[in-house]
Design a protein around this ligand. Structure first.
Ligand code: GDP
Ligand code: IMO
Ligand code: MG
Length: 432
């Protein structure tokens, strides 16, 4: 056993947090490798307590896992400290368990300001970002103008880099967008305050992880966002600004591809999306409302209503092939109880042409009409089921059809938000 990757196979909010939390007690390290506090991962512990994690890996609630924020993450220090304090108030002290990569980039006030003004500028063409400064922070990283966690260790460098960044960003804010300039001195003062508290957590994370893997310890790499929000392979430009796919875990944590032994793909039994962009199986009728209400489909980070639709097997198969998924976790199967016939999208039609894979161009994908197959539904409350045999026959058939269409096995089925509310089909990891 070495490193295991867990990723979202749709447009996010598949339940990655719940599954990571569930596996947290069976691994030594839980590492976030991409995204920032655009993520919202919900964890419900066995005592019924609910946590919304944005930057901290969802292994935070498992008492023994070391949690690592990898180099691929963009960190808003204020949000991170609030999260650390919030957990401490609820009895979880992370002082000795949290590590932050020295190479992770920081989200700065100018990133948040630019995220907001650019979205406003785009008008009806907006991406529908979370407004957390994520795109501009990654933009600066790629443009080699970013500020990293390690810069907090050297106030001179921090000041120099910030002044350089603001020299450009303030021109853009004031001259292009007619906004106020950001004062470098007050940002430095604010960030030096964060530095005092964050420095003890900053480490050379990849060496730490290499050593752990060499000792035979188990590292779980927890994805944020999802396959269809991937910068290169998602519905560009309606994507996030990082690579949330499995390959991104290698880059975002510094783990070699040859050390990844398993890729867990988390997928909802139906589909949701937040923000703009194509979504072939989106429902605008009572079924959409039903899924939203029954599945509590409101964003963990922004509170926005999630767009809801039926399961899209074209996307699921794409995610399996792109990420090399070895095990699927199908979450929220409980939400589909009580639907007479459950549609599964098995292909698209675009201008009279039938597709079984995602069309090559975004223009075609925007016009994709779902082709449905209808499976008989089930009426039973399945939330108490813990084995595959305890599921109604039609729910079993629904899962088997997903396996067939995706070409991979379903190893775990979520039947409720709690850590233990699962049907275990195949053990994902040996219990400890
Ligand atoms: P993430 O971003 O992938 O971690 O997912 P979110 O936490 O944003 O959204 C998933 C939501 O579904 C959360 O409110 C979870 O508590 C909830 N959830 C996860 N798995 C299940 C499940 O199997 N059944 C039900 N009913 N809720 C679930
Ligand atoms: P988790 O980890 C769902 C979406 C935003 C927007 C697009 C770009 O909880 O699954 P950004 O702020 O990243 O520049 O926004 O990506 N988005 C998510 N949607 N779940 C998420 O994270 C998301 N993170 C970003 O809604 O459409
Ligand atoms: Mg989420």
């Amino acid at each position: 056993m070495s490193a295991i990757v867990l990723i979202g196979a749709q447009w996010g909010d598949e339940g990655k947090g719940k599954v990571t939390d569930m596996l947290g007690s069976r691994v030594d390290y839980v590492v976030r490798f991409s995204g920032g506090n655009n993520a919202g991962h919900t964890v419900v512990t066995p005592d019924g307590q609910k946590y919304a994690l944005h930057l901290l890996p969802s292994g935070a609630l498992a008492p023994n896992a070391t949690i690592v924020i990898g180099n691929g993450v963009v960190i808003d220090p204020k949000v991170l400290l609030a999260e650390i304090d919030g957990l401490a108030e609820r009895g979880t002290d992370l002082t000795s368990r949290l590590k932050i990569s020295a190479d992770a980039h920081l989200v700065m006030p100018h990133h948040r300001a630019l995220d907001r003004v650019v979205e406003r500028y785009l008008g009806s063409a907006k991406i529908g970002t979370t407004g957390r400064g994520i795109g501009p922070a990654y933009g600066d990283k790629v443009a080699r103008m970013g500020i990293r966690a390690q810069d907090l260790l050297d106030p001179g460098i921090l000041e120099k880099k910030l002044e350089l960044a603001l020299r450009e960003k303030n021109q853009i804010l004031t001259k292009v967008y007619n906004r106020k300039a950001i004062d470098a001195a007050s940002v430095i003062e604010e960030y030096l305050g964060y530095a005092e508290r964050l420095i003890p957590y900053i480490v050379d994370a990849k060496t730490l992880l290499w050593d752990a893997i060499d000792r035979g310890e188990v590292v779980l790499l927890e994805g944020a966002q999802a396959t269809m929000l991937d910068m290169d392979h998602g519905t560009y430009p309606f994507v996030t600004s990082s690579n949330p796919i499995a390959a991104g875990a290698c880059v975002g944590a510094g783990i070699p591809p040859t050390r990844i032994s398993q890729v867990i793909g988390v997928i909802k039994a139906y589909t949701t999306r937040v923000g703009s962009g194509p979504f072939p199986t989106e429902l605008f009728d009572d079924y959409g409302q039903h899924l939203r209400k029954t599945g509590h489909e409101y964003g963990t980070t922004t509170g926005r209503e999630r767009r809801c639709g039926w399961f899209d097997a074209v996307i699921a198969r794409y995610a399996v092939r792109l990420n090399g998924i070895t095990d699927l976790v199908v979450t929220k199967l409980d939400i589909l109880s009580g639907i007479e016939q459950v549609p599964i999208c098995v292909g698209y039609e675009v201008g009279g042409v039938r597709y079984t894979d995602i069309p090559m161009t975004q223009t075609d994908f925007h016009h994709a009409k779902p082709v449905y197959e209808y499976l008989p539904g089930w009426w039973e409350d399945i939330s108490k089921a813990r084995t595959f045999d305890e599921l109604p026959a039609n729910a079993q058939a629904y899962i088997r059809r997903i396996e067939e269409l995706c070409g991979t096995r379903v190893s775990l089925i979520g039947v409720g938000p709690g850590r233990d509310e699962n049907v275990v089909v195949h053990e994902l990891l040996p219990a400890r």
